[in-house]
Design a protein around this ligand. Structure first.
Ligand SMILES: *Cc1c(COP(=O)(O)O)cnc(C)c1O
Length: 450
């Protein structure tokens, strides 16, 4: 085992034993200071994120044509936010008390096209590439809307290119589905323990799937290497892509409108707590970054990771980011939450999150399954295991010593009556029914102790 001087011994021991932990980020700054400290990174600005939103709007007529399920929203891929009132009540006997504030979820699990949060970043980066190539080749007629991208001349151009990506599953689905629909070839590198139904669905959509015996980081590396030196290959880099990150951040603009539509105020007296399941970090990082730009200190961000894949926590707490992996402290990377089954975090995202997020907590697999079953009964929402990680957040805040102390020390306790909790539901919409039934059955038999 590596000795990691910067990592607190008791934290390291709990992580190594795969015990649930609640880690408060000692590096957090006031949002404005944090953003200044990140200035040298030339991160997307709010206006860059607005431009990304506009790009998605340009493509909306095309998406409505290619994906009939998006017609109701005129080709805009966006999820609903929904209150989980029954869960909030139903959980009381188990945790022995109330969660104060209103508990909501953001249903990216049911985003059109890919059924997960990956529909935001993945679709965005592929469309961006399509627009760039078509523009460079003089194909775009500015007098027409973007349904022109379905014409044979565009498809013939895109068909010369292959998009490569490494994925634990959902990013592959998102990029595979949109790439094929537009006309690109696509190769998805996955680890061999990826869910079989995700692999089959990708193949059905016409993607090439390459399985690797080693873990996710290796799958990404293979994709990256395969794309080098080939002008007709385009690698989407889950660990470092600013475009993916920007695509994810668009969620923040949309959420701002949705909160206003629901009559939810977010300000100093009405804090918004957002709980985001985290794998390599890109999706939760992009969303969190966008939310901090908009709501600044009024939004509190927590990431959620499986006890068997706490890569972002390890990277941030040690300051080593992508230079450390969970295996280095003896953790076996093994979780039912396949969307979060990542052993090494994105260094790019970890460094951005350092001054911005409030903390990270870890969740055991059986807790995710228990929550999966409970939520399916209380509020009739069906999610994949990864997506339940964020639902553990409010419980941790009120019912662990560290969580409660955080509320006390930050002067938040007396504001909780006005608070909104938002657990980001990141995936599940495409899970086949038989598999969802198995998850629910497994969750129903969990005996939980808080
Ligand atoms: C990918 C994924 C996440 C986390 O996204 P990262 O960019 O890997 O951190 C969370 N939940 C689900 C269901 C996912 O597929």
């Amino acid at each position: 085992m590596k000795s990691i001087p910067a990592l607190d011994a008791s934290l390291k021991s709990s992580l190594s034993l795969a015990q649930p932990v609640f880690w408060l980020n000692p590096n957090k700054m006031k949002t404005q200071e944090a953003l200044s400290s990140l200035a040298s990174k030339a991160l997307p600005t709010l206006s860059d994120i607005q431009s990304a939103d506009e790009r998605l709007r340009r493509f909306a007529p095309l998406l409505a044509q290619l994906f009939p399920e998006t017609q109701a929203s005129n080709g805009i891929i966006e999820s609903k936010m929904k209150r989980v009132e029954q869960l909030q009540l139903g959980i009381i006997p188990f945790i022995g008390g109330r969660i104060i504030g209103d508990w909501w979820t953001k249903l990216d699990s049911h985003l059109d096209i890919a059924g997960s949060i990956k529909a935001r970043g993945g679709v965005y980066e592929v469309l961006m590439l399509a627009e760039k190539l078509a523009t460079e080749h003089g194909l775009v007629d500015s007098d027409q809307d973007y349904t022109q991208f379905a014409q044979a001349s565009f498809k013939a151009l895109f068909n010369q290119y292959t998009i490569l990506v490494g994925s634990t599953g959902n990013l592959g689905l998102s990029i595979g589905i949109i790439s094929r629909a537009i006309g690109f070839n696509v190769t998805v590198h996955m680890s061999s323990d990826a869910k079989p139904w995700k692999i089959s669905l990708l193949k059905e959509k016409g993607a090439t799937v390459v399985l690797h015996d080693s873990d996710y980081s290796k799958a990404v590396e293979e994709g990256r290497t395969a794309a080098l030196n080939d002008p007709f290959a385009y690698f989407i880099d889950d660990e470092n892509s600013v475009h993916l990150f920007t695509g994810y951040a668009v969620a923040a603009l949309r959420l701002k409108t949705q909160l206003a539509d629901e009559g939810i105020t977010v300000d100093d007296e009405h804090p918004l707590f957002v709980y985001l399941p985290c794998g390599v970090g890109g999706a939760p990082g992009g969303v969190a970054y966008g939310l901090k730009l908009i709501f600044e200190d009024s939004v509190k961000i927590f990431f959620a990771e499986p006890t068997h894949a706490p890569c972002m926590l390890l990277g941030m707490a040690s300051g080593l980011h992508s230079k450390i992996a969970v295996e280095d402290i003896g953790i076996e990377l093994k979780t039912e939450a396949d969307g979060l089954a990542v052993g090494r975090p994105s260094g790019f995202v970890g460094e951005i999150m350092m001054p911005l997020i409030d903390g990270i907590f870890t969740v055991e697999d059986h807790t995710m399954l228990w929550l999966l079953h409970l939520l399916s009964v209380t509020d009739k929402i069906e999610l994949e295991p990864s997506a339940l990680a964020g639902f553990y957040g409010p419980i941790q805040l009120f019912y662990t010593k560290d969580g409660f102390n955080y509320l006390l020390n930050e002067g938040l306790l007396e504001k909780m009556q006005n608070a909104t909790h938002l657990s980001w539901a990141t995936g599940g919409g495409l899970v086949p029914k038989a598999i969802m039934d198995d998850f629910k059955k497994a969750g129903a038999s969990v005996k939980i102790e808080f």
